[in-house]
Write a protein that binds this ligand. Structure first.
Ligand code: G1P
Length: 292
């Protein structure tokens, strides 16, 4: 029996330099896709997968994230007074309840592995999820829920993977794949941001992980890797052979919302998928495309 995934860690300490000037005074995780900030999609995806405790690893200037998940009594009162019942119910429906959210600061920008390590005392000794809010997945069944189902069968570490063009391997953690069965590929090796000519494959990790808590022990002693940062990939690589370890090829389309083009594509795709917005937007997109 695998343990239930009750906790998710959201590393949200990054500066968002790829998205300046929008992210100078606003956390990049607050960028909206249609009408919801990226972090909101991440939280909803975790909740849909059964997660009960949301752990945000923040840094300086990320106060808007805390405000987003906090009660806003003046807003609630105003919606109520104006008879905006549907809006009020929607708000009260998604706002986390007392004790469901924790924040911890990452004191220095030492990388993704270091960010995850900052959540050690909040996760404790149980398997947990990590979601990188920049990676947005449009899917019928949310990506993390697909992974939780697969994890119940295999346990251990599970990372979401997709094939990328070989010239892009330097942006990702890349697998040395072993045996593949259905959506699961055994992980034989893992390397962070390899050059295309030395990448062991094109099967690359995207920002969804289910990890054994033993990862923290490895992160504590992890030396700096690619980019001079403490890499989650390097600590995960040390667990190969210690626990079952699989890549999971998810159903859905992933958008890199840390990138301007990826972010715009996400906005178009998510808007088109919305019954209240898609039909109004589609004719404009078709007209615009016809002029290209
Ligand atoms: C991080 C991880 C990398 C992973 C990627 C997915 O890189 O280090 O292994 O493939 O997220 O988006 P970053 O995008 O933070 O450079």
């Amino acid at each position: 029996m695998t343990k239930k995934i009750r906790k998710a860690v959201f590393p949200v300490g990054g500066l968002g330099t790829r998205f300046l000037p929008a992210t100078k005074a606003m956390p990049k995780e607050m960028l909206p896709v249609v009408d919801k900030p990226l972090i909101h999609y991440a939280m909803e995806e975790a909740r849909a997968a059964g997660v009960e405790h949301f752990i945000f690893v923040t840094s300086r200037g990320k106060g808007a994230l805390e405000d987003h998940f906090d009660r806003h009594f003046e807003l609630e009162e105003t919606l109520s007074r104006r008879g905006k019942t549907a809006e009020l119910e929607a708000l009260l429906g998604w706002q986390p309840a007392m004790g469901e959210v924790s924040y911890v600061r990452q004191p220095e920008a030492l990388g993704l592995g270091h960010a995850v390590l900052c959540a050690k005392h909040l996760v404790g000794d149980e398997p947990f999820a990590v979601i990188l809010p920049d990676d947005l997945v449009l899917a019928e069944k949310p990506c993390l829920a697909q992974m939780v189902d697969a994890h119940a069968g295999v346990g251990g570490n599970l990372v979401a993977v997709m094939d990328v063009p070989r010239e892009h391997t330097q942006r990702y953690g890349v697998l040395t794949p072993g045996k593949a069965e259905g959506a699961l590929t055994e992980v034989k090796g893992l390397v962070e941001k390899p050059k295309p000519e030395v990448a062991p494959s094109t099967l690359s990790v995207i920002g969804r992980y289910i990890l054994e808590s033993a990862i923290f022990g490895h992160l504590e002693t992890q030396e700096r890797g690619a980019g001079g940062e403490i890499q989650l990939t390097d600590a995960m690589a040390k667990m190969i052979g210690e626990v079952p370890f699989h890549g999971f090829t998810f159903d859905g389309t992933r958008f890199d919302c840390g990138d301007k083009v990826g972010f715009l594509q996400a906005n178009v795709a998510f808007a088109l998928a919305r019954p209240d917005i898609g039909p109004k937007l589609a004719p404009f997109l078709a007209e615009t495309a016809a002029k290209l």
